[in-house]
Design a protein around this ligand. Structure first.
Ligand code: G6P
Length: 373
């Protein structure tokens, strides 16, 4: 077992550090980047789905559970903004029992690392029964969901042993980014130059993740400072909202500390009542649309004594004035930020849990894949 961990204390840490490789493997096979201008390859999808008709008359429904559901939420932001196709996201366990509206010609996308989650499988089947074309994003090859789907996109992250999902999530986000760009080009919503710029950004992503992994020591110091906190709040807006939800889930799953992810703009509708100087507030404050609104939220937290851990963009000189701790990530296109910004939150959760001495890879009461309802 120790050999399988390749020198890392836990599988989770090993898998966090595998992300540059995992994301590269997700890109390979879809992203043709031999020549100067990279392009995408989704032939099986193109054979099954008329994207223009989809954009004009139909919708995409994404179903998933847990961490994969957070990827689904990011997928909605990406596909709607880049491809202008309506996207509905549902928890697989809710979808099945609410008489969902799915029509012939709609697309259903099931996202599942294991490809074995019972609810996600049943939701995909139900949508297919109603006439939707089934698309799946899976990590495990030849899994049940992969076999059920009409078209499967594999993330190729490699086996994920740790119950808390890390590389499966960032590779799902990578696949969703490519899918959104592809749909954007096919639907006519996206200019070639814009698509090119995003694809170049994706090509550089493994190097950018490597840079984030390089600040592990600083994140461990932050973890040590806050290891005693009983409640954590994670805030983000836009594409950073699902990142905040996932950051909170990671901490909750492995450290057994209460953590809640919230959309920054919703803070004043509830969570602000919790804030005092014992509550660390992790804020995604990346450059891009919404940055200034986020700074205003930070002031609200600060004026109530809350302690701020900000994830910000390298080169941001203003953030240090409002945040107690700052984790800087390299500047990338705003649409690609979720992939990168997830990584420091994984490390933060990992180090809090490790300092607490929990069973990081096998947290109590949780299973790697839930094959019963
Ligand atoms: C379990 C795991 C989570 C995972 C979820 C969905 O709850 O502990 O890490 O996100 O199932 O799993 P899936 O394999 O469908 O992505």
């Amino acid at each position: 077992l120790a050999a399988e961990k390749q020198g890392f204390k836990h599988f989770m840490l090993k898998e966090i550090f595998e992300q540059p490789r995992a994301v590269r493997d997700t890109l390979i096979g879809r992203l043709r980047s031999e020549d100067a201008s990279p392009s995408l390859e989704f032939a099986e999808l193109d054979a099954r789905v008329d994207v223009r008709a989809l954009a004009e008359r139909h919708k995409i429904t994404i179903v998933a559970c847990g961490t994969s559901w957070h990827a689904a939420l990011a997928g909605k932001y990406l596909i709607e903004q880049l491809a202008r196709i309506p996207v509905e996201v549902d928890l697989a366990s809710e979808f099945r029992y609410r008489e969902p509206i799915v029509r012939e010609g709609d697309l259903v996308l099931a996202i599942s690392q294991s490809g074995e989650t019972a609810d996600t499988k049943a939701a995909l089947q139900e949508a297919q029964r109603l006439g939707a074309t089934g698309l799946a994003i899976c990590n495990v090859v030849d899994s049940s969901i992969a076999r059920l789907a009409d078209v499967v996109l594999y993330t190729h992250a490699g086996p994920e042993i740790s119950v808390a999902s890390t590389k499966a999530f960032t590779t799902q986000l990578t696949m969703l980014s490519m899918l959104a760009i592809h749909l954007g080009k096919q639907s006519g919503a996206m200019a070639d130059a814009r698509a090119q710029a995003l694809l170049e950004g994706l090509r550089e992503m493994p190097v950018a993740i490597d840079a984030v992994l390089g600040v592990q020591a600083a994140i461990k110091i932050i973890a040590r400072r806050w290891v005693g906190a009983r409640d954590w709040l994670y805030l983000g807006r836009g594409l950073s909202f699902p990142v905040a939800l996932e950051g909170a889930l990671k901490l909750k799953e492995i450290s057994y500390v209460h953590a809640e992810g919230y959309a920054s703009g919703e803070m004043k509708h509830g969570p602000i009542a919790l804030i005092d100087d014992s509550v660390p507030v992790v804020v995604l404050a990346l450059e891009g649309p919404g940055y200034h609104k986020t700074l205003a939220n930070l002031e609200e937290v600060r004026s109530r004594g809350g302690k701020i851990i900000a994830v910000a963009t390298a080169g941001d000189d203003a953030i240090g004035d409002v945040a107690d701790d700052v984790i800087l990530v390299p500047k990338v296109d705003a649409f690609l930020q979720p992939i990168l910004a997830s990584v420091p939150l994984q490390l933060l959760a990992y180090h809090v849990a490790d300092l607490k001495g929990t069973d990081v890879d096998q947290p109590r009461n949780l299973a790697k894949s839930v094959t019963v309802e």
